[in-house]
Design a protein around this ligand. Structure first.
Ligand SMILES: NC(=[NH2+])NCCC[C@H](N)C(=O)O
Length: 301
């Protein structure tokens, strides 16, 4: 059974539209997604780790919530916010499953560290942090050990790779398909290869960034990159992975209402959420976890 929740994380990129985007989905589509709030901490003004303490505090809460859902034998469906929030969700998944796999559908590999980042935005760093690289407070959420191994990762849809990120991808032998690779090879083949590559794993976290899609179709994101997946391609991937791999948790991130046009992106995100929940009849869309959220907040302070 899926258990849906979200966090309006914006500290990882600093685009304020993200603060309102989850409330917007809840109100406009009557979704009622429970919210783990962002936590604001005093800012240290680090140029290469913007809003570090706020990102860390918020990710700790997300991780605890994710962990709690999995402990109750549910599958978390996490809606954020910028991609730094998955340092929380994936840490929460990882402490429950040894040798966790990751499918990363995104225009960006998000494998910068505080040493390589140009923007200082932590939403460009989650994969590095989950591999145990870079700033310690980001790698130490829930446990001090690395949350992922490079050989258990597949990335699909990359179109914007910073030079140091390319170096990490190569040195760590991370399996990835750029969007160009996918257009040349064919999506179905890339999906089959990804499934084969991860088929020995017992649990896989699927992280889907809306900016993996063509911004001409889905403009409601903070960091649009030319070209990218169509709606049909996204559904082909999601259906194949959810039906054929042991998906233990899923994220949908980076929807930003302030850049949207004619509800194109919000309609898509709402449709995708319903599709995933409908794939499993047993789902309770409105899993009542308000108490848990409450307790977690109390625990944090
Ligand atoms: N999750 C995202 N949209 N990431 C965009 C990252 C862009 C750029 N590589 C950076 O490190 O800032």
């Amino acid at each position: 059974m899926y258990s849906i929740y979200g966090c309006p994380m914006h500290y990882g990129v600093g685009d304020e539209g993200l603060i309102y985007s989850l409330d917007y989905l809840n109100q406009y589509y009557d979704l009622n997604i429970p919210i783990v709030p962002e936590i604001t901490m005093p800012d240290k003004h680090l140029a290469n780790l913007k809003n570090l303490d706020s990102v860390v505090a918020t990710c700790r809460n997300i991780a605890r919530h994710q962990h709690h859902i999995i402990q109750h034998h549910d599958t978390p469906l996490f809606i954020a916010g910028d991609h730094s929030a998955v340092i929380g969700s994936i840490s929460g998944t990882s402490v429950n499953y040894e040798n966790l796999g990751l499918i990363w559908i995104d225009a960006h590999p998000d494998i910068n560290t505080d040493q390589t980042t140009v923007t200082g935005n932590i939403h460009g760093m989650p994969v590095a942090a989950l591999l145990g690289m870079g700033e310690k407070s980001l790698t130490n959420i829930l446990s001090s050990s690395p949350k992922l191994r490079p050989e258990n990762i597949v990335m699909l849809g990359l179109r914007d790779i910073d030079p140091p990120e390319q170096k990490f991808l190569d040195e760590l032998h991370i399996k990835y398909y750029t969007y160009d690779d996918i257009q040349k090879t064919g999506l179905t083949t890339c999906i089959e290869e990804s499934i084969q590559y991860l088929s020995h794993l017992k649990a896989i976290h699927l992280s889907f960034d809306v900016d993996s899609m063509d911004p001409d179709l889905m403009p409601g994101v903070s960091v649009p990159v030319k070209s990218g997946f169509t709606v049909d391609q996204v559904y082909e991937m999601i259906n194949a992975f959810l039906n054929r791999l042991p998906i233990a948790a899923m994220d949908i991130v980076e929807f930003n209402m302030t850049h949207d046009v004619d509800h194109r992106t919000s309609d898509f995100v709402n449709g995708l959420i319903h599709h995933i929940l409908d794939m499993n009849e047993e789902n309770t869309m409105f899993y009542n976890n308000t108490d848990i959220l409450h307790n977690q907040k109390a625990a944090y302070y």
